[in-house]
Ligand binder design. Sequence first.
Ligand SMILES: [Zn+2]
Length: 248
Amino acid sequence: MNNYTKYAIATFFAIAVAIPFKLVAVIGILVVALLITTGIGVCSLRSGIFGPAVTSKKGAESVFLTFDDGPDPELTPKVLDLLKQKGITATFFCIAQQAELYPELVKRIIAEGHGLASHDLTHPWWANFRRYKQLKHDISSSVNVLEQISGGSISLYRPPVGLSNPHTHRVCRELGLTIVGWNRSARDGGNRSAVAISHLAALSMRPGDIVLMHDSAPTMYNRNLFLASLETVISRIKKERFSTESLL
Ligand SMILES: [Zn+2]
């Protein structure tokens, strides 16, 4: 039982005690506190409310670039070309269903020294409403798919949209997976706003940061703009002489 579950049970118990005494204000405060805690827990992996998650690497000397939602047949090769040309190492959180479609890209990610991690089986908008059984099926299937393609073991998992619930943490604990979030993001909405990525360069990226980006196809801007934005991020890394590493 995690701390959140204990807290929720204690809150419901306190409400049950308060109801007979008509302590409306106390009940109201407890309900609001529980709702706020739940909301923060769902939206913020960093809060640790539902369980542990790695969101930065304090004390590390490198910047940790991460790419979500791939592999994409057009964009991932271009991202890999750019990283190779600039001598940058990153971690790719792949959607297993995409990996099954483009296994050669997964193999290339590994062959070029990048980290491979799970970004779930699919990426539905309702991902965080899944119950334990469905989550266990989907996350374990994603790990199996990626392990079969790569021939290595998968130890890191990032939930779609970075949203979690108590079941997510329980499943990952049982599967031996570390949940990974981020502490620096372009807020590019999965590349729906690729231009936002260059804002990362203006943000004070520091060693130890886990940086969220996407190698899925931009939907509103052209791919060249996305790649130019990524180059801006990389040029800042080079200018500051930061090293880069995979999260593995
Ligand atoms: Zn995603």
